[in-house]
Structure formats: C-alpha cells, structure tokens
Design a protein around this ligand. Structure first.
Ligand code: PHE
Length: 336
C-alpha cells in the first residue's frame, strides 16, 4: 500500500459517492468508507508499514476529509431533492376541482316558463321564420302597404319582398293557413325593429304570441285565460286590466296590464306608483285576418295576444337596462 494507491482509492470513493442517487446508498457508502469497520480504519492500520509515514498520513487525511465532505454535500443535495419531490406530489386532501355550472339565459328561462304555462292550458308551441315575407308580417294581418300602422313598427326590409319580422304575429297567418280551426298556439321567437338601442329598446328582441281560434271564443275567454296566466306567472292575486288600444289585426284591441306583483297594486317604484304594469297587446282576431287565411269569420272567432319577453324579464327579475341581457356577462346573468 502506497500513497498513490490511497489517492486512487480516494478518487474511486468520490466517484461512487457522486453517483449515489438516494440517501440509503449515501449512508451505505459512509459506512463502507469512513464507518468504524470501513475502509479508512483499515487503511490506518497499515500506516505503520508505510515507508514514508508523513506522506502516508497526509494521503489518508486527504481521503478522510474529501470523502467526508463529499458525503455531507451529497446528503444535503439528496434531502433537498426529496423535499421538492414531496412538494410536487399530489395532495389527496385537496378539494375537488370546481366546475362552474351553466344556466339558461333569463330570456330562455322565461320563454320556457310561459310556453309551459300555456301548454298546460291546451296550447301547442308553433314557430315561423325570422326572415318573413311582407305578406305574413303585414298584409295577411290586415296591414296593407299604405296602412298607417306600418309606421308603428320601423322595419328592416330585405330585397325581394322580404323583411326581418317585426312581430311574432306573423306566425298567426302562417299557422292558420296550414291548420284548420280550432287553433290554440303560442309562438316564441326573435323580432327585429329599427329601434335605437336604449335602456328599454333593442333592435333585436323576443316576443311570445298567443292565438286561440274556435267557435264562440270571446273577449271574456281572453280575459279569464290571461288572468290565469298572470296569477301563475307573477303570483296568485295578480290581476289583469284591459285598456282599449289599436292593432290592425285585432278588433277590439286592448293593452293588457298586470297588477303590480311587487306592491300588490298599492303603488311602488316597479309600477311607477300606478299599481299596474303594461305587459302585452291583445284583442279579438279581425275578420279580415280570417278571410286572408281562408277561415270563415261567420263560423269562428278568436283572440290573440303578444308580449315582449325582455320586458317581462326586466319586470320579473328587476333588471333595469335591457342591454344587460345581451352583454353576456356571465356573472350578471348567473343571478337569475
Ligand atoms: N304584435 C303586437 C305588437 O308587437 C302585439 C299583439 C299581438 C297585439 C297579438 C294584438 C294581438 O305590438
């Protein structure tokens, strides 16, 4: 055993320590090299046989110091690595991932609610196209081109006698043409008007139309059916009030108010202190509409009504600006 031999052993030990991948291996190497029965005490015993005791002593000291240092460094390194692994590990006590639950838009909710209410009263749901002909939107509804009431609704006209329907009333004529009486339908859908957008107007909005045609349908039926509807939708005790009005396709025509669901009719901010809230237009189907669709006005009568859904949503949910319904701020809409 000479100094060079010891230096070789030192290099080999350092290489082995450097390659150690976990703490138990490092500990085994400590035992192997500098443990009480390890290589170092073994080499010390051979000191006495060395030719140059001083040089040998220094070589053994280099072995001891460098192996000890390497082991300390290695252990610190492996301990730090073990901590990071723990930090990355999956924590089974964590709560589950939150998946936000979607919900229906307030307009959709109301359409579904209103349709469901009328279905229970024996109505079926019908629909028609957004792009309509002038005929179904106006002419068949007793509103010829020169009729003043066309001005009541600013219309988006398209080429070829087409337009974006201004009212779901357009579905009335289509449906009656295709189905013999009796007819009991509600038709929800989009409508379009050249309105300047503000807190209560939107160029694009929704209506629900109702139409009931049979023998001997009367204004009293309209009143009682709407009373029932008002109570179901807004809460029992909510009544309806008819005010005379004009629509080309109904005679007589009325505007229908509901008594205020917030204050019970005493007067509050919601009903602008009148106790009543305007909800829809309605009336008895004009005989000219029956003629246009091939029904015999001597045999059948009917009522029709139409209401704006956004307006209803604003009243029911206390929304102060129609634009909020279309900004698609999920945080806002999720409240309803
Ligand atoms: N279509 C009318 C409107 O948009 C409402 C209405 C429907 C009136 C049916 C009477 C009958 O104002």
């Amino acid at each position: 055993m000479d100094v060079q031999e010891v230096d070789r052993l030192t290099e080999a030990a350092l290489a082995e320590i450097g390659a150690a991948q976990d703490l138990s291996v490092a500990e085994a190497l400590r035992v192997k090299y500098i443990g009480r029965n390890g290589l170092l005490p073994e080499l010390m015993k051979q000191m006495k046989d060395a030719m140059d005791k001083r040089a040998m002593g220094q070589a053994l000291n280099r072995f001891k110091v460098s192996v000890t240092d390497a082991l300390v460094e290695k252990k610190a390194q492996l301990e730090a690595a073990a901590k990071t692994i723990q930090a990355d590990a999956f924590d089974w006590s964590l709560p589950g991932r939150w998946a936000p639950r979607g919900r229906l838009h307030p307009v959709t909710q109301l359409i579904e609610r209103v349709c469901a209410l009328f279905r229970r009263m024996g109505f079926v749901v019908a629909d028609g196209p957004d792009v309509e002909t002038e005929y179904y939107n106006f002419d068949a509804l007793n509103t010829p081109a020169d009729h003043v009431s066309r001005d009541m609704q600013d219309t988006f006209y398209l080429p070829g006698g087409l337009l974006l329907r201004t009212q779901t009333s357009a579905v009335q004529a289509r449906y009656m043409q295709a189905h013999p009486p009796p007819v009991r339908i509600v038709c929800p859908g989009r409508c379009y008007r050249r309105d300047t957008t503000d807190a209560t107007h939107s160029a694009n909005f929704h209506q629900i139309e109702g139409l009931y045609v049979d023998e001997r349908v009367s204004l009293a039926d309209l009143k009682s059916d709407l009373d029932h509807f008002a109570g179901e939708l807004m809460g029992s005790g909510v009544k309806t009030r008819f005010r005379t009005h004009f629509f080309p396709f109904t005679e007589p025509s009325v505007e229908v108010d509901f008594s205020c669901h917030m204050c019970g009719g005493r007067g509050c901010r919601v009903c602008k202190h009148s106790g009543w809230i305007e909800i829809m237009g309605a009336g008895m189907v004009d005989p000219n509409v029956f003629k246009a669709v091939g029904y015999d006005p001597e045999k059948v009568t009917g009522y029709a009504f139409g209401m704006g859904i956004e307006r209803l949503a604003m009243i029911l949910f206390g929304i102060d600006d129609i634009r909020r319904l279309y900004e698609n701020d999920a945080r806002y809409l999720a409240q309803f």
